[in-house]
Write a protein that binds this ligand. Structure first.
Ligand code: PGA
Length: 224
């Protein structure tokens, strides 16, 4: 498959915007991370759209956990991928400390989801021994997304050199891992970033809410 273009809507978007995306984008390498409550709706509207959830519970399966959403429920709702460990969540360690992320990673893989595991500049610290072993044993279904904190939402992506150096460092730690870059990717810099050999995809926040931007980045026929 060609390199993944993943839109991360974060806590944004609406049903009309979703309908506009569903009506006009049909690209196989496009993944849309909608707010979790929109996953089932999106899947029912377009079963070919690849969907990512943005987080899951530390608890597995079903149970008396009011307000929680498990990886299994997200999978059943139509998610194929899940973003875990985004720095916006790691910043609030009561949400996502290393141990919670490890549990979520386990739950997601057990549920049959592919994981986009986000790390920042300090990736070695974030990928502790347990997490690293788990990644090695599930390398086919885990993508590591390098998202430097300074680049997220700043309008200034990391330099191509920083992207290559960091992704190569991650790839030498985890042989065979697929790596994503995220942080201020837009229609002006995406082509350049995507030509880098070590980049297996991009994770796009702000620009992913603009249909025109996404069509330009995807470059595929919007009306297939
Ligand atoms: P950005 O966000 O594209 O708005 O910088 C990327 C992300 O946080 O995933």
């Amino acid at each position: 498959m060609s390199k993944l273009i993943i839109g991360n809507w974060k806590m944004n978007g609406s049903i009309p915007l979703l309908n506009a995306f569903i009506d006009s984008i049909h690209c196989e390498n496009f993944v849309l991370a909608v707010p979790n409550v929109f996953v089932a709706y999106s899947h029912m509207k377009d079963k070919f759209l690849k969907l990512a959830a943005q987080d899951c519970s530390i608890f597995q399966g079903c149970g008396a956990r009011t307000g929680e959403i498990s990886a299994d429920i997200l999978k059943e709702s139509g998610a194929e991928f899940i973003i875990l460990g985004h720095s916006e969540r790691r910043a609030l360690s009561s949400f996502d400390g290393i141990d919670s992320i490890y549990k979520k990673l386990n739950n997601s893989i057990k549920a049959g989801l592919k994981v986009i595991l986000c790390v920042a500049e300090n990736f070695n610290k974030l990928l502790d021994k347990n997490t690293s072993e788990f990644i090695i044993n599930n390398i086919e279904n885990i993508y590591i997304a390098f998202e430097p904190i300074s680049a997220i939402g700043s309008g200034k992506a990391a330099s191509l050199q920083e992207i290559v150096d960091t992704l190569n460092a991650i790839k030498s730690k985890f042989s065979g891992i697929k790596c994503i870059y995220g942080g201020s990717v837009n229609s002006e810099n995406s082509a350049e970033i995507l030509t880098l050999e070590s980049v297996d995809g991009v994770l796009i926040g702000g620009s992913s809410l603009r249909l025109g931007e996404m069509k330009a980045i995807l470059g595929c026929d919007a009306q297939v």
